[in-house]
Write a protein that binds this ligand. Structure first.
Ligand SMILES: [Zn+2]
Length: 89
């Protein structure tokens, strides 16, 4: 009958371990992560896209990103054009 004694001890140890875990981590285990580790998001979010400035072509009015626009003003300012052909008009 020593087997029952061992099972009882194992259950008691398991119960005690479970109680201590619940007291330390709290319900849900939100604070159970190891200390010193940054709280990373659960899924890796894609890096935020750089702000995209949209401009409109002065000839046809089509909207396009500033990086793809053809600027006619000094220093890359307005007016913008969608293509060199529209810039020449
Ligand atoms: Zn255009």
């Amino acid at each position: 009958m020593k087997l029952l004694l061992y099972i009882g001890i194992a259950l008691a140890v398991y119960w005690w371990w479970r109680q201590s875990r619940l007291q330390n981590g709290g319900p849900g285990g939100e604070n159970a992560r190891p200390p010193g580790r940054p709280s990373a998001p659960p899924h890796t979010a894609p890096p935020p896209a750089p702000p995209l400035t949209m401009v409109s072509c002065a000839t046809c009015g089509v909207h396009l990103p500033l990086s793809e626009a053809f600027a006619d003003g000094p220093g890359g300012t307005e007016p913008f054009y969608c293509s060199p052909e529209h810039r020449r008009r």
